[in-house]
Design a protein around this ligand. Structure first.
Ligand code: KG4
Ligand code: ZN
Length: 341
């Protein structure tokens, strides 16, 4: 366990359907990180039910905070700052974590940090590496967002491009649903893809040569629907694996090519990939290979910091504090559409 002779940052993340709590040292080293998943709760509905999500955060949060403290033998008096995800996300879910964090900050008389969930993902590849956060191109790919960011320092983010329609994770999830895969579709589709032939079916690489850094994945989803209609029913297991592998390759191809094009155009020697979709093994493999070929360093978070977690929120708050950003107002609001820049 990390030495706890310095003050700790407590972070709470409840932007969607994961209740998450973490503690970090003021240098960003994670002391403990716990996630209580709600997958089983939402699974029968095939998607997140906002009211169920927020009510579950409400009952799960306090025990999770206490379990985190107990896990590592930390006393409340060791906490020097409290952070929460304040957006983007589901309003009713965000409110639970944001309000609870503020109440703890009042009780402990310590600063409160309002953190953007996307900044959490953006910085997550650096957690536990000891590598200093420096100028680079970051690809953030989650269930709600797909964007390319030029990061030149903590809090200095320029968005180079983003998706015009569906996020990459959303495309994985929607096609997973079309294929009757269990919820959530992304990881299930990726499991099937691991056994399939990536070249078996043709899927479009939308906006690959658009000359900008934007993305579009809704055409890909539509072409998956047409393709399924043409296949013999019930779809054979090997055919399903091939569809998944070909579909996954189309998404990964566009993401990797645009990421490295952005690095080359901006002269960056480092790229990172984060967000839930960065768990995808094929994406990790292609990013590593492209980095090696181009002589560009490539970083990805460890899988437990790829999908939603509070370690990335604690890390972002500690890094912001370290960079001289003051705490935020206790009267600040949540923002379901919070922008990164
Ligand atoms: O970052 P995240 O946990 O939540 C949001 O902020 O949205 O990302 C969740 C997304 C979901 O769309 C999920 O299907 C996708 O990440 N995902 C994956 C994989 N693991 C999670 N997509 C493709 N391959 C995976 N292995
Ligand atoms: Zn996320």
């Amino acid at each position: 366990m990390a030495a706890m002779n310095q003050g700790l940052f407590l972070a709470i993340e409840t932007s969607c359907d994961e209740t998450a709590v973490a503690l970090a040292r003021s240098d960003g080293e994670i002391v403990v990180s716990r996630v209580a998943s709600q997958i089983e709760l939402h699974s029968p509905y095939g998607g997140v039910v906002p009211e169920l999500a927020s009510r579950n955060h409400n009952t799960d949060l306090r025990p999770l905070v206490e379990a985190c403290l107990a896990d590592v033998g930390v006393e409340w008096s060791q906490i020097v700052a409290v952070a929460a995800t304040s957006g983007p996300g589901l309003a009713s879910s965000l409110l639970v974590g944001d309000t609870t964090s503020k109440a703890i900050a009042v009780a402990l008389q310590c600063p409160f940090y309002s953190i953007n969930h996307m900044e959490g993902h953006l910085l997550s590849p650096f957690i536990g590496t000891g590598i200093e956060i420096r100028n680079h191109i970051a690809l953030v790919v989650s269930g709600g967002h797909t964007m390319l960011v030029h990061l030149s320092g903590i809090g200095r983010y320029q968005i180079l491009g983003s998706t015009k329609d569906d996020a990459a994770g959303e495309a994985f999830d929607k096609v997973g649903k079309m294929l009757d895969l269990p919820y959530p579709g992304g990881p299930e589709l990726a499991k099937r893809a691991a056994n399939g032939n990536r070249k078996a079916y043709e899927f479009p690489r939308s906006m690959l040569d658009s000359g900008d850094f934007d993305f579009s994945f809704s055409g890909l989803k539509t072409s998956a629907r047409y393709m399924l209609e043409k296949l013999d029913q019930p779809i054979q297991s090997t055919v399903l694996d091939d569809v998944c592998a070909s579909f996954q390759e189309a998404i990964v191809d566009v993401l990797v090519k645009k990421l490295f094009r952005a690095a080359e155009e901006t002269g960056c020697d480092l790229v990172s990939v984060s967000g839930g979709v960065s768990c995808n093994l094929r994406l990790r493999e292609r990013v590593a290979a492209a980095g090696e070929a181009a002589g560009i360093e490539a970083m990805v978070p460890e899988p437990s910091y790829s999908t939603d977690n509070a370690a990335m929120i604690a890390f972002a708050a500690a890094k912001r504090a370290g960079a001289g950003f003051p705490g935020d107002s206790l009267n600040s609001d949540i923002d379901p559409n919070m922008k990164l820049a």
